[in-house]
Design a protein around this ligand. Structure first.
Ligand SMILES: Nc1ncnc2c1ncn2[C@@H]1O[C@H](COP(=O)(O)OP(=O)(O)OP(=O)(O)O)[C@@H](O)[C@H]1O
Ligand SMILES: [Mg+2]
Length: 256
């Protein structure tokens, strides 16, 4: 019996004739980082989208903390304590960095997301508390100096950190990160690695990390799952997976 905080069983997702996921099973144990890697088009983002409720699977199931969540809507899944970032960054344009984080916070406050988006007056004290908490999150990701800048004016690396802060604002138990290091330079990636590891070690978050940057994956993952063309081809500790001939062949095939 699997014992992950997140348990994905025999997941299948078809888009028309394309089988994006073919009977994929994986577990993410509590307080661990599980990396999901694989060549372009392997099905990594699709897996996160099915877990996050963006797509209903064609077959298979997803359980979170023992509860079946298959087919639930994204806002329902968010309310259960699953937050995410996106491969194609999805910040709210026309809002500052701080306001973007505050919207993330409102997914769990009484005022609610819609009221936040409409800037309806909530309790002023609650609003001030949310603001303080969100400034703290901006500090954690190193964006304090950019709090009042328009979010979409920030350089890409900082937009990724901002999305992470917004996801954290919901106080999730499980984080789904889709290529958080994409577009970051080496130094930014190293700082991101430290930050993500700290989320596990100090905040005890559970993290599913989709990532192409192998140095980052090897550095902070407890376990690695490898997808190729919708199928799981390998799984295990980072060093083992890195040396797996099937994995090497899949990546070489991509370059050919
Ligand atoms: N909404 C969609 N409609 C149709 N096909 C889709 C859709 N989303 C994904 N696919 C297809 O499913 C397959 C897996 O795509 P997915 O985006 O999950 O790959 P990925 O592993 O995240 O790749 P990358 O590393 O490039 O981000 C691809 O063949 C893709 O074209
Ligand atoms: Mg992807």
């Amino acid at each position: 019996m699997a014992d992950g905080l997140l348990e994905v069983q025999n997941l299948r997702k078809e888009f028309g004739g394309v089988v994006a996921l073919d009977s994929v099973s994986l577990q993410v144990p509590a307080h661990r980082i599980v990396a999901i890697i694989g060549p372009n088009g392997a099905g990594k983002t699709t897996a996160l989208n099915v877990i996050g409720g963006v797509y209903a699977p064609t077959a298979g199931s997803v359980r979170f903390n023992g509860v079946p969540i298959t087919g639930r809507r994204p806002h329902q899944i968010a309310a259960l304590g699953i937050a995410r970032t996106f491969q194609n960054i999805q910040l709210f344009p026309g809002m500052t960095a701080l306001e973007n984080v505050m919207v993330g916070r409102h997914t769990r406050s009484r005022t609610g997301l819609l009221a936040a988006a409409l800037t309806l007056p909530g309790s002023r004290r609650e609003e001030a508390a949310i603001r303080d908490k969100c400034l703290e999150l901006l500090e954690q990701v190193g964006l304090t100096d950019h709090a009042s800048e328009p979010a979409t004016d920030l350089p890409l690396g900082q937009q990724r950190l901002l999305e992470l802060a917004r996801a954290l604002a919901a106080e999730p138990r499980l984080l789904l990160l889709d290529e958080p290091a994409a577009g970051l330079n080496t130094r930014e990636t190293e700082r991101l690695a430290t930050l993500i590891a700290r989320l596990r070690d100090e905040l005890h978050l559970t993290i599913a990390l989709v990532e192409h940057d192998m140095a980052l994956v090897m550095d902070i993952s407890d376990r690695v799952v490898v997808l190729d063309q919708g199928t799981k081809i390998s799984e295990g500790p980072p060093a083992e997976v890195q040396a797996d001939p099937k994995v090497i062949a899949a990546y070489l095939g991509e370059e050919a």
